[in-house]
Design a protein around this ligand. Sequence first.
Ligand code: SF4
Ligand code: MG
Length: 331
Amino acid sequence: MKNVLEVKDLHVSFHTYAGEVKAVRGVDFSVGQGETVAIVGESGCGKSVTAKSIMRLLPSPPVQYKQGTIEFQGKNIFDVPEKEMQRIRGNQISMIFQDPMTSLNPTSKIGSQIMEAVLKHNDISKKAAAEKAIDMLKLVGIPQPDKRVNQYPHEFSGGMRQRAMIAMALACNPRLLIADEPTTALDVTIQAQILELMKKIQKETGTSIILITHDLGVVAEMADRVVVMYAGQVAETGTVKDLFANPQHPYTMGLLNSIPRLDMDKSQPLSPIIGTPPDLIEPPKGCPFFARCQYAMRVCKNHDPELDEVRSNQFAACWLHHPMAQKRASV
Ligand code: SF4
Ligand code: MG
């Protein structure tokens, strides 16, 4: 599988009055063609900052890209001039957000907004763009698309606005769609419909998806591979199947133990992960999960573990997998 995106050793900081927040600290992952990669983790773990860095959407300053590369179709986006970046945004990489009102303009008709996106990136007539707008609304399952194109966002329900935003994001056939908590604000029925829709469109268009979420149910439903982030770093990464069946990092295990499962005995209590993530202004020296980890060893306190392949195609940053640690604990 050819990679559409390769993120290598990404470090992103932002400056606050309290000091420099090291939000992303050496993140590596890739996304193959037509693949869905989920980035999961608690809020503040750096998943949204990572996603927005791919679009180069963060204001700099206060944000500073410290180190690393983001290669999109073989080109480091940090080397791309802003003018070209504007062409890439929306055309080759699109983003959908939790709140559609952040991307939809309340004062402009839905159809005009989709047309605008299409016309900006394609050399086609207005008439063709108008037809494309109707086609896109139809594709995302909006009833009576020829009438709905002439309506304003406030005339749409929450679920329909989300569909309209997806229509807009997909209007230019992006190679990569970044969806940041796309269904968090929706009720479960609509959520299921939107996820189904994203899957269907992916099948039809072959677009790659980065799905940012804290919802492991959504991950299980949608993703091929998962990147678990903790305190600005990758704690574990692997296929959805491996990660859910054989989590190798105590943080991933904690995440999985904190959600209800069908095969679970109802009397079995859920166990949330106790404690809070570390301060990223002064990140701890050793493993960032040390203070919350029930398997913590002496080595973990002072030495940050590397992300190593611990099973076939499954990587974890944890000292438990070091040969010296095997006598002490097994996972
Ligand atoms: Fe726990 Fe140590 Fe592994 Fe960190 S490196 S997750 S503290 S066992
Ligand atoms: Mg976020």
